[in-house]
Design a protein around this ligand. Sequence first.
Ligand code: 13P
Length: 256
Amino acid sequence: MRKPFIAGNWKMNLNHNEALSFIKDLSLRFNNKNGITIAVCPPFTSIRSVALAIEDEKFKSKDFNIKIGAQNMYFEKSGAFTGEISADMLNTLGVEYVIIGHSERRVIFKEDDELINKKIKAALSNGLKPIFCVGESLETREKGNAVEFTLNQVRAGLDLISPDEMAQITIAYEPIWAIGTGKTATPEDAQQMCNSIRSKIEALYEKNVAENTVIQYGGSVKPSNISEIMKMPDIDGALVGGASIKTDDFLALINY
Ligand code: 13P
């Protein structure tokens, strides 16, 4: 059985003080009636304080079980890589998840499939669980190549990843044209792609691995569309940007 998983990708939003207020506000009104897995992925600068604030609140209420993710990392262990953060640095901060291959990293920072594959391997070997993002541009979709393009990203990103390691990986299907635009893929379109991704995992590994892989949808997920999305059989959760940094919206999403 795959457990629903909703993660908030804060992107470059919420400074240290705002991050702490967000967690405080969330804890005061927290409810997780569906018992799903929840993660927040703050910017590096507030990971430590968010982790400590969550620990503090969890001490008061065991239900406040929120995992921490990072938004990026570099694959090298250490050394002269100015501005980068290693998997080990994240792990020792209590980070459990790391988003890898987000389209904003691919498009703005020119990350390619080979680099993303190296990052996934480095994350896994340091005990982090990758949230591996894939998804096509509007141009690719309009050309009718969305499935082929996305499955190619899946294959390249998972190169030489073992079936056991696959159990640690969440895949996030995020069509670029739906990110931050207010346009959501229809639940049916998102389902179709997530189903194709699951079939691809089956082809690369085996049925059992595919059936256990958690696949999220991301792209303008909000309280008004989450329940339709979560009804889809191959969509197990959401990776949420804009709506994850407003406590009301995030709480509504968790309790879809
Ligand atoms: P929005 O929810 O703001 O569209 O962002 C989606 C996303 O990129 C999550 O990683």
